[in-house]
Design a protein around this ligand. Structure first.
Ligand code: SF4
Length: 471
């Protein structure tokens, strides 16, 4: 049996651009790890390579985000026309199983560990069901990824990823996890064994990226006690790693030092805003802004690059705050922003329900617009065009060469830990990528005002597919 596992991708500019960056979806390697040994499995990540449309597999699994749904529907329809069986899973499929069932042969609405093996067994018996929603088997059931399937030749900077936990204990109002997933984590010994015995390292750049990996968890610090145990166990491995976690974890200086000792050199945290009113509107009380500067300094001095994500368009945002962001950032001497987006009211979130009840979702919004870069609602204090103007200006300012130069000179000498300087240097392109949305000057970044990608528009017209309206 031949199986393909495909992580689809469409670029925020709606141009056909690849983004071979350090962190990539590992869902293909995860699903591949759940396939039986006798299956011949190929994995594709569309962020790195085009999907070969002339190939044949018996079974094709698709992993996608809300905004890739239309594109994924096109691919599934083309494959089904050629006799292949397609399967969709993930958060969008779980929330809209009936719509998804129209375009795929089967839909998985539960965790992959309990559902993928059952689906494949049914397929082999010729008894494929339309829906798979078996209950979770718990975090111990997470299987090692098929790291040997990662192709480091197409994406020379990619790092292998691993999950130690799933979910998050917080309840930010815009987050797809809120109300849907409780926090759970794998036994430390299982995680360590996977890193030691299964992980394959990036061989490029004369071994500079060897022994380095990323934790793919939404919040590796969901349980500080667990994080401590994990770090203690990582110390003897002498690996280098990065992760995402919440800002509150970084307030514990001893834990930050332990993370650095365990090999952590990169932490991403979604700070989201420097405006207390916006933080309140997002129910993100774990971000205490008064402590930001001191925490950043301490984290860099410990040898860890701390990078932040900011989003604009929340209900607390005002023109005054958005105009002043560059000034605020200049005051915070060591602050590094590597992601700038527009808050997206994903359909399964409390934020979406609030906007829907107040009739503030923009008309004509389709699933493609839920990409984290397109305004899908009317904020309380701003006109949609004001949000987009600020977004454009901030993309240009934060993703500028002087800003990268500032990042290098302010941080390169803060620590002498091995691989610290290397991490600071590798973050330069990430900062530059903030400018990416400007690559398509015709893009409006307001829901309902931008057409889908040319290729998808043509294919959908030919195949008789309609975009999914979500308002
Ligand atoms: S802290 Fe991050 S992962 Fe957790 S609920 Fe908030 S946005 Fe989601």
């Amino acid at each position: 049996m031949r199986i393909a596992v495909i992580a689809t991708y469409t670029h925020p500019t709606r141009l056909r651009i690849k983004e071979p960056s350090i962190m990539q979806s590992s869902v293909p390697e995860l699903i591949a790890g759940l396939c039986p040994e006798h299956a011949e499995v190929e994995v594709f990540n569309e962020k790195e390579v085009d999907i070969p449309l002339d190939r044949h597999w018996d079974l094709v699994f698709f992993s996608y985000l809300h905004s890739y749904y239309e594109h994924t529907k096109v691919l599934s329809t083309l494959f089904r026309q050629r006799g292949m069986t397609t399967v969709a899973g993930g958060r969008h499929a779980t929330h809209f199983p009936d719509d998804v069932a129209l375009y795929f042969d089967a839909v998985i609405t539960g965790e992959p560990e309990s559902n993928v093996p059952a689906l494949i067994a049914d397929f082999e018996k010729g008894q494929l069901q339309k829906r798979y929603e078996r209950p979770s088997l718990g975090p111990t059931a997470i299987q090692p990824y098929r790291y040997e399937l990662i192709d480091f030749t197409n994406n020379k900077v990619r790092l292998p990823g691993i999950e130690a936990s799933r979910g998050c204990p917080f309840r930010c109002n815009f987050c797809v996890l809120t109300g849907h997933e409780r926090y759970r984590y794998r036994p430390v010994a299982q995680v360590i064994d996977e890193i030691q015995t299964r992980m394959r390292w990036n061989p490029n750049y004369l071994g500079l990226m060897k022994d380095a990996f990323i934790f793919l968890d939404n919040n590796l610090g969901g349980s500080p006690k667990y994080l401590r145990e994990l770090c203690e166990a990582l110390i003897p491995l002498k690996k280098t790693w990065g992760c995402a976690l919440t800002f509150n974890v970084l307030k514990d200086a001893s834990l930050v030092n332990l993370m650095a000792k365990a090999g952590c050199r990169y932490v991403y945290t979604g700070l989201e805003s420097l405006n207390p009113e916006s933080i309140k509107a997002m129910n993100k009380g774990q971000n205490t802004l008064s402590e930001v500067d001191a925490v950043i300094r301490r984290t860099f001095s410990a040898g860890i690059l701390l990078s932040f994500g900011l989003i604009v368009g929340s209900d607390g945002d005002t023109n005054e705050y958005l105009e002043k962001i560059p000034e605020y950032l200049a005051d915070l001497q060591y602050f590094s922003v590597t992601f700038l987006g527009i808050v997206s009211p994903y359909p399964e979130t409390p934020f979406f329900r609030e906007l829907q009840a107040e009739d503030r979702l923009l008309p004509g919004t389709v699933s493609r617009d839920y990409d984290g870069y397109t305004l899908c609602h009317r904020p309380k204090n701003l006109h949609p065009s004001e949000v987009v103007d600020h977004f454009h200006r901030l993309c240009a300012q934060l993703g500028s060469l002087p800003n990268i130069a500032r990042h290098y000179w302010s941080k390169l000498t803060l620590s002498n830990l091995p691989r610290y300087k290397q991490t600071i240097l590798f973050a330069g392109p990430e900062i530059l990528s903030i400018r990416n949305p400007l690559k398509n000057p015709a893009r409006r970044y307001i829901a309902g005002m931008d057409a889908l990608e040319d290729w998808d528009t043509k294919q959908m017209a030919a195949l008789g597919l309609q975009p999914q309206r979500i308002t």
